[in-house]
Design a protein around this ligand. Structure first.
Ligand code: FAD
Ligand code: SF4
Ligand code: SF4
Length: 476
C-alpha cells in the first residue's frame, strides 16, 4: 500500500476516438490483474476514509483496495458485495469525480486520486468469471410476498435484499426487458446490456419472479397490487420529460431525448423500431443539435456521433464548470468530435411544422445566484446566432409522472416537486405498507442513489413484515 508517491494514477485503457465513433461497444477496457493490484496499492489506507464517506453506499473502499493489492480477490469481492448490489455497474457509470474519487485525499495532496471505480468493476467482473457470485439461498423461506413496481436499479437492489431474508418477491415492469434506464436510457458505450441481463438472470435464479409488460395503472391499480402482497415497493423512476417552450419547438425533427435513446438501445437489441426505420429517430447524415448539459444530453450527442450524424452540437445555457453531467463523459464526447456551445440557449427552432431547419441561439452570461444557489444564466442582448439543424434533441431533464392519478390511488401524497412523499427513515409512503425508492422519491438522480434507496426500503419492509410474526415455511 501507500505507493501513490512512486506510482502514477492510471485508468484502464480507453479505445481511440476514431474507433469508438464506429460502434456502440464500451470504450474502456478492463484492468489487467497486475494493473488493478498496482493501482489499488496506491491507497494510503486513511484512518478516516473520505472516499467511503462520499460514496452514497458507504462502500468499504480502503479494505477492498487492500485486499486487491494483496491478491485476495475473493475477500475483496465479499467486502464489495456486502454494501452494493451492482458494483460492476457503479464502477462503470458512477460520476466518480464527484463522489468517491473526488474526495480521495491523495488527490488533495497533489497526486492523482486512487482509481476506485475501475478497481470496483474489476473485482466484480473477476467474481463473475470465477463463479463466486451464487444465487441467493435464504436460510428460511417466508410465506409473505412483496410486489415491486419497476425493474430499475432501485427495484432490483430491493428485490435481492428481500430474497436474502426469504421473502417472496415479484417485480412488475411495463417494459419487455428489465433494468429500467440501465437498459433503455444509458447506451451500450457506457454500460453494455449483458451486464444488466446477467444481474436479471442472477435474480431469477435467486427466486425473484419478473412480470414483464405489466403496467400498474393499466393492468392493475395500486390497491389491487397491495391486496396481492404483504407490502409493495414503488420504484418507477421519473419519465415526464421537461419540454422546450420556444417557437418552433413542435416542428417535425424536434424530438425527446428518451425516445431517441430508447430507439437506439432497441436497435442494439435487434428490435424492429418503426420510428428509427423511418428516419425520425435516426441521426444518420443529419446536423444534430442537442439541448441540455446532463448525462442524458451527453448520451444523446455520443449516440448521434455513432449513428453517423454529419455534425453534432450541444447547447448548454451555463458554462462548463456548472454543467450537471459528468466531466469524464463531456471529455469523452469532445474527443469523439462533439462541439459544445457553452452559455447558449435556444430562442427558436427554425423551419416549418413539417421540418426543422435550424436553431436560433441566445448567447448567455452568468448572473446572480438563483433559488438553487447556482448563478442564473442571463441573455446577452443582440448576441444571438443561428445553427443549422435538421434534428433537435430535447434533453432538459425529467419530472415525476402523476402517480396518484396513474395508479388510481388518491391517498398517495406528493412533495411539491411531484415526487412521492415518504418517511425519511423507512421510505414508507402515505399509504400503509407501500414504500418507494429511487428517482420517484429523489427526482432524477443517480444509479448509486437508487441502489441506496432500494436497500433502505427493503430493510424497512423486512422490519415491518418480521413484526407480523408469521411462521416461516418449512425448509425443503
Ligand atoms: P428507473 O431506472 O427509471 O427504473 C424504473 C422502472 O420502472 C422502469 O423499468 C420502468 O419501465 C418501470 N415503470 C415505470 N412506471 C411503471 C408502471 N406504472 N408500471 C410498471 N413499471 C413501471 N446515473 C448514473 O449514476 N450514471 C450515469 O451515467 C447515468 N446516465 C444516465 C443517462 C440517461 C440517458 C438517463 C435518463 C439517466 C442516467 N442516469 C445515470 C440516472 C439513472 O439512470 C437513474 O437515476 C436510475 O436509473 C434510477 O433508478 P430507478 O430504479 O429509480 O428508476
Ligand atoms: Fe465510487 Fe460509486 Fe463505487 Fe461508491 S458505488 S465507490 S461512489 S464508484
Ligand atoms: Fe485510499 Fe483515497 Fe480512500 Fe484514503 S481517500 S482510503 S487514499 S482511496
Amino acid at each position: 500500500m501507500l505507493k501513490f508517491v512512486s506510482r502514477d494514477r492510471e485508468t484502464p485503457e480507453k479505445r481511440n476516438p476514431g474507433e469508438r465513433r464506429r460502434d456502440f461497444d464500451e470504450i474502456y477496457a478492463r484492468f489487467a490483474d497486475e494493473r488493478a493490484s498496482e493501482q489499488a496499492g496506491r491507497c494510503s489506507q486513511c484512518g478516516v476514509p473520505f472516499c467511503s464517506d462520499h460514496c452514497p453506499l458507504g462502500n468499504d473502499i480502503p479494505d477492498w483496495l487492500k485486499a486487491v493489492a494483496e491478491g485476495r480477490l475473493e475477500d475483496a469481492y465479499a467486502l464489495s458485495a456486502a454494501t452494493n448490489n451492482m458494483p460492476e455497474v457503479c464502477g462503470r457509470i458512477c460520476p466518480q469525480d464527484r463522489l468517491c474519487e473526488g474526495s480521495c485525499v491523495i488527490e488533495q495532496s497533489g497526486h492523482g486520486t486512487v482509481t476506485i471505480g475501475a478497481v470496483e468493476q474489476y473485482i466484480t467482473e473477476t467474481a463473475w468469471e470465477k463463479g463466486w457470485i451464487k444465487p441467493v439461498k435464504p436460510v428460511q423461506e417466508r410465506p409473505q410476498s412483496v410486489g415491486v413496481i419497476g425493474a430499475g436499479p432501485a427495484g432490483l437492489a430491493a428485490a435481492e435484499e428481500l430474497r436474502k431474508e426469504g421473502f417472496q418477491v415479484k417485480i412488475y415492469d411495463r417494459y419487455d426487458r428489465t433494468g429500467g434506464l440501465l437498459t433503455y436510457g444509458i447506451p451500450n458505450f457506457k454500460l453494455e446490456k449483458d451486464v444488466i441481463e446477467r444481474r436479471t438472470t442472477h435474480l431469477e435464479k435467486s427466486g425473484v419472479q419478473f412480470v414483464r409488460n405489466f403496467e400498474v395503472g393499466r393492468d392493475a391499480t395500486l390497491a389491487e397490487l397491495r391486496a396481492d402482497h404483504d407490502a409493495v415497493l414503488v420504484a418507477t423512476g421519473v419519465y415526464k420529460a421537461r419540454d422546450l417552450s420556444c417557437p418552433g419547438s413542435g416542428n417535425e425533427g424536434v424530438i425527446a431525448a428518451l425516445d431517441y435513446l430508447t430507439a437506439s438501445n432497441r436497435k442494439g437489441f435487434g428490435d424492429t423500431v418503426p420510428e428509427f426505420e423511418s428516419g425520425a429517430l435516426d441521426a444518420a447524415g443529419k446536423q444534430v443539435v442537442v439541448i441540455g448539459g446532463g448525462d442524458t444530453a451527453m448520451d444523446c450527442v455520443r449516440t448521434a456521433v455513432r449513428q453517423g450524424a454529419q455534425s453534432v452540437t450541444c447547447l448548454y445555457r451555463r458554462d462548463r464548470k456548472n454543467m450537471p453531467g459528468s466531466a469524464r463523459e463531456t471529455a469523452n464526447a469532445e474527443e469523439e468530435g462533439v462541439i459544445f456551445e457553452w452559455l447558449a440557449s435556444p430562442k427558436a427552432v427554425m423551419g416549418d411544422a413539417a421540418r426543422a431547419a435550424g436553431i436560433r441561439v441566445a448567447r448567455m452570461e452568468l448572473g446572480a445566484p438563483d433559488d438553487s444557489g447556482r448563478r442564473a444564466p442571463v441573455e446577452i442582448k443582440n448576441a444571438e446566432f443561428d445553427l443549422k439543424a435538421d434534428l433537435v434533441i430535447k434533453a432538459l431533464g425529467f419530472e415525476a409522472e402523476d402517480l396518484p392519478s396513474l395508479f388510481d390511488e388518491p391517498g398517495l401524497k406528493l412533495t411539491p416537486r411531484g415526487t412521492l412523499r415518504v418517511d425519511s427513515t423507512t421510505l414508507q409512503t402515505s399509504v400503509p405498507g407501500v414504500y418507494a425508492a429511487g428517482d420517484i422519491v429523489r427526482g432524477a438522480s443517480l444509479v448509486v442513489w437508487a441502489i441506496v434507496d432500494g436497500r433502505k426500503a427493503a430493510a424497512a419492509i423486512v422490519k415491518q413484515l418480521e413484526t407480523a410474526n408469521v411462521t416461516p415455511l418449512a425448509a425443503e
